[in-house]
Design a protein around this ligand. Structure first.
Ligand code: RBF
Length: 159
């Protein structure tokens, strides 16, 4: 998936599962929305490109990345949802807030995934600045949203 040339959106598409009947929830943080909207567009389009039905893709917004864990849990516990994709962008600031948020959301999403036995995908960018973020949200390093969607699809092979 992630490669040495830093084109992050290169992935193998061999033997993907049929997702035409699968339901996905995409939870999007509103902080740094110019980045997270691009992540969403990439994730949504990738799900469609690989066979998901538009009517089976649910979108929900949360205020910031810290709220992604709760947002993911709301959907992971629903029987009809097969996988959750959490998208956010935490830019390194002058304070340590970014570290706390990143650790909390990584831990929270893992917990939700294991508790509900469903793929919950970590699609949170943690760049040093907005330029690096945009490079990874449809810019020169691909789109992490595409990658997050592909990861969800691949994980559904296991479930
Ligand atoms: N949320 C993000 O998604 N990305 C950020 O870069 C971000 N930076 C924050 C910096 C500070 C100092 C604070 C207090 C919050 C930040 N948040 C950010 C919001 C956070 O995820 C959450 O929405 C709020 O802390 C409310 O729980």
């Amino acid at each position: 998936m992630s490669s040495a040339d830093k084109n992050l959106s290169v992935f193998s598409t061999d033997a993907l599962p049929d997702i035409s009947g699968r339901t996905f929830a995409i939870v999007v943080a509103e902080w740094n929305h110019e980045v997270t909207e691009k992540l969403y567009e990439g994730a949504y389009q990738t799900l469609l490109d690989y066979g998901a039905k538009a009517g089976n893709i649910i979108r929900a917004n949360v205020p910031g990345s810290y709220e992604l864990s709760f947002g993911a849990q709301v959907f992971a516990r629903k029987e009809q949802v097969d996988a959750v994709i959490a998208l956010g962008c935490v830019i390194q600031g002058e304070t340590k807030h970014n570290d706390y948020i990143n650790h909390a959301v990584a831990h929270g999403l893992t917990e939700v995934s294991l508790k509900y036995n469903k793929p919950v995908i970590f699609g949170v960018l943690t760049p040093n600045n907005q330029e690096q973020a945009l490079d990874r949200a449809g810019g020169k390093h691909g789109n992490k949203g595409d990658e997050a969607a592909m990861t969800a699809i691949k994980m559904l092979k296991l479930v």
